[in-house]
Design a protein around this ligand. Structure first.
Ligand SMILES: Cc1cc2nc3c(=O)[nH]c(=O)nc-3n(C[C@H](O)[C@H](O)[C@H](O)COP(=O)(O)OP(=O)(O)OC[C@H]3O[C@@H](n4cnc5c(N)ncnc54)[C@H](O)[C@@H]3O)c2cc1C
Length: 360
């Protein structure tokens, strides 16, 4: 019997875990290296839309996924306290706790025989498929996948060009119990925009019956609004409905700034780069993980379809890149056109997760 091909994956985020499962399902021997000591994602909740749902189906995780997913019955937009849109969620999107999705992927990966090494930081990769770990150990593989997120250095090791754009908005993610937000009106996702006091936005997302996540957004120049721990008085002045939730959640926060990463190529030799490491985008469309999951599945399919790795990687990029770039462009367009520091836009900020590109 032929020896199983070996893959080393860098990063146990959603994309690294998805590619690990997909490769193990086609007979590869897979190990994932995760820098963190614990398999715990940060960032609260997540919108999963059609591409993500399809990817999870392709991994055979449809039922498990539906059991952790929340289906917000609607997505609503309110501008300065006035409801401007209210759209039923006809199954276009689900929400969930990042931790629940992560646990599901970790469990599935282990069931497929994937080895996940925590506290295992990859320092360097080369095009021959050698990964050097922080403790000096080296390991050689038929394929290395860098799925190590926005801080990935693989492009540098491989001498691939990276361009990186940053935008004027910052975002604090808060995970909290829905203790004061239990009524059915809080079962849907609500996007609150305020321009009257100072430009601020809160995207309220229920993730389970018990938990919600708030994305607090402001221009990065508004240091008081973007300070950690959250300035509860400042946010409650504009959004009094969230005061109890914010008071509880003061320490469970994380700050991010909108950004985009583009690489001149997604692979070199035996190394592929995927997920945020290759094509990060602003979270304005809630698509980064969805696109990453879809692209991971596509990578595994191209590898399965061709015995020549070089050709598989070329075909993967040719097939996937145009669609990924369209979604990145749309995310960037949206973040620019609705930038809070530009003041109230002429058109109401209107976007429903799961909508196709033509729909908004
Ligand atoms: C505020 C915000 C909201 C978002 N909301 C959504 C949403 O609703 N829907 C959606 O689809 N997307 C959303 N996204 C985007 C989504 O979070 C990312 O696209 C997704 O997490 C990317 O997954 P990844 O696996 O590529 O990278 P990551 O999730 O960043 O995982 C990378 C992993 O690699 C590890 N790592 C890093 N370096 C090394 C190393 N050298 N060695 C070993 N391990 C390493 C890290 O510890 C981490 O565990 C949002 C992003 C932000 C910032």
């Amino acid at each position: 019997m032929a020896m199983a091909k070996k893959a080393e994956i860098i990063g146990a985020g959603p994309v690294g875990l998805a590619i690990a499962i997909a490769l193990s399902r086609i007979g590869w021997s897979v190990r994932v290296h995760e820098s963190a000591q614990f398999l715990r994602p940060s960032g609260g909740g997540l919108y999963i839309q059609s591409q993500g749902i399809q990817a999870l189906n392709a991994l055979g995780l449809c039922d498990e996924f539906e059991s952790i997913a929340w289906r917000p019955p609607f997505f609503e937009t309110r501008v300065d306290g006035v409801r401007s849109t209210h759209e039923a969620n006809t199954g276009l999107f689900r929400t969930m706790l990042r931790q629940d999705l992560h646990d599901l992927l970790v469990k599935a990966a282990r069931q497929h025989g994937v080895v996940i090494a925590t506290g295992s930081h990859a320092d360097h990769v080369n095009a021959e498929g050698v990964v050097t770990l922080a403790d000096g150990r080296r390991s050689e593989a038929d394929l290395v996948v860098a799925a190590d997120g926005v801080g990935s250095q693989a492009f540098r090791d491989l001498k691939i060009e990276q361009s990186r754009e940053r935008f004027s908005e910052g975002l604090i993610r808060v995970l909290a119990r829905r203790s004061s937000l239990r009524e059915p009106q809080w079962d849907g996702a609500i996007d609150f925009w305020r321009y009257d006091k100072r430009p601020l936005r809160v995207l309220y997302t229920p993730c389970t019956a018990d938990y919600c996540y708030l994305a607090l957004m402001a221009p990065v120049s508004d240091a008081d609004a973007m300070q950690l721990p959250v300035n509860v008085d400042l946010w409650s002045a504009s959004f009094p409905e969230f005061e109890p939730v914010l008071n509880q959640a003061e320490n469970a926060t994380r700050f991010d700034r909108y950004g985009r990463i583009t690489l001149s190529q997604w692979s070199k030799g035996r190394v592929a780069i995927v997920g945020d490491a290759a094509h990060a985008m602003p979270s304005s469309r809630g698509q980064g993980a969805n696109v990453g999951l879809g692209n991971a599945i596509a990578l595994a399919s191209h590898i399965e379809a061709s015995s020549d790795l070089d050709r598989a990687l070329q075909r993967w990029e040719q097939a996937q890149r145009p669609a990924v770039e369209v979604i990145q462009d749309e995310a960037v367009r949206l973040v620019r056109s609705r930038a809070l520091d530009r003041g109230r836009p002429e058109q109401e900020p209107h976007f429903v997760p799961g909508a196709t590109l033509q729909q908004f």
